[in-house]
Design a protein around this ligand. Sequence first.
Ligand SMILES: [Zn+2]
Length: 92
Amino acid sequence: MDDLKKNTPQTKTPVPCYEGWAMKAGNSAGRCCCNCTYQRYIVQHPWNKKEWAKGPITQAFGYGCQPPEMRSVVFYEFQHSMCEMHEWKEIT
Ligand SMILES: [Zn+2]
């Protein structure tokens, strides 16, 4: 019973979000890329040639997603979106 309680989205989700996938479209628990454990910032690098990618590594310009099943990283322009591999981010 305790395990079941720990694994419910309500106790593991920092902030339910409906911006990437609306509740009326079936997102009953508020799953979104912004509360997924696989979301990362994509940051600039000073040696890049493109203006939007050139800069300090402290400057983020997008979001990346890399679930363990994939060898590639998916680039997202926005923090909020959705996919089938969503895993709740752990509350720290
Ligand atoms: Zn979101």
